[in-house]
Design a protein. Structure first.
Length: 108
């Protein structure tokens, strides 16, 4: 959503191009590190976004892949922790693109 808004909304790139780019960037890792961060490189928040990847998003993505692709299971405590990380990361990213959108935090 943030990539879509930046490319189609802010930079006025053609919508079919943006949608094809996002479809072809496989997985959260590729979308975030190979599209989103390079786009955001010119903004002062890029350091915070890199920190967000290493401290939250990467961990959530690893846990998600373990469950979705390897059939592993997680405890309710671990799943709740990952949902909190996801919620916080999404709120931080969307705040940059929606002028401080008021998105509720995850509550277990």
């Amino acid at each position: 959503m943030a990539i879509h808004e930046e490319l189609a909304g802010e930079r006025k790139l053609p919508l079919p191009f943006v949608e094809r780019l996002l479809r072809n960037a496989n997985g959260v890792h590729n979308k975030y590190n190979n599209i989103y961060l390079p786009i955001m490189d010119e903004y002062k928040e890029v350091a915070e976004l890199r920190r967000l990847w290493s401290q939250k998003i990467c961990k959530v993505n690893e846990e998600r892949n373990a469950v979705a692709h390897r059939g592993e299971f997680r405890s309710k405590v671990k799943a709740t922790e990952m949902m909190r990380h996801t919620s916080q990361a999404l709120r931080e990213i969307l705040k940059l693109h929606d002028g401080g959108a008021n998105i509720k935090a995850f509550e277990a």
